[in-house]
Design a protein around this ligand. Structure first.
Ligand code: THU
Length: 138
């Protein structure tokens, strides 16, 4: 079931993602990303992209936020806001990681001017996702 996200919750998440973006470690791309993930217990876990001189070792902001939450016992997510300078969208790997924990999680994509450029569910962003149910035994 898709839950409606309240305007105030959306505003707060975008604000949190915008604020945390300052901690992005992106010396190679100079593309700072901030993410803020709202759990169904009402907590917010934030994350930033963390780049590496060995480029593929870089980790995206969205996955940092999800992994922080999961490593503290949270697995049910209501929404994630992702903020970049130009409203860029979450990469495929981040979509897959989000799908693992709920295909109906809202994804709010915003820019640093505060504009929400897109809002969709993970299901919208990753049609045909490979899910835990695909591993169910016959
Ligand atoms: N990046 C994210 O943090 N999230 C995304 O979904 C897209 C890409 C980061 C990774 C890298 O540090 C920089 O943006 C450029 O790809």
């Amino acid at each position: 079931m898709t839950m409606k996200l309240e305007d105030e919750a959306r505003r707060q998440l975008v604000e949190a993602a915008t604020q945390v973006r300052r901690w992005a470690y992106a010396p190679y791309s100079n593309y700072a990303v901030g993410a803020a993930l709202l759990t169904d217990s009402g907590k917010v876990y934030d994350g930033v992209n963390i780049e590496n001189a060995a480029y593929p070792t870089t980790m995206c902001a969205e996955r940092v936020a999800v992994f922080k939450a999961v490593s503290e016992g949270e697995r049910r997510f209501v929404a994630i806001a992702v903020v970049t300078s130009n409203g860029g969208t979450p990469c495929g790997s981040c979509r897959q990681v989000l799908a693992e924990f709920g295909i109906e999680t809202h994804v709010i994509i915003a820019d640093t001017a505060g504009n929400v450029v897109q809002e969709a569910t993970v299901a919208d962003l990753l049609p045909g996702a490979f899910l835990p149910s695909d591993l169910a035994r016959e």
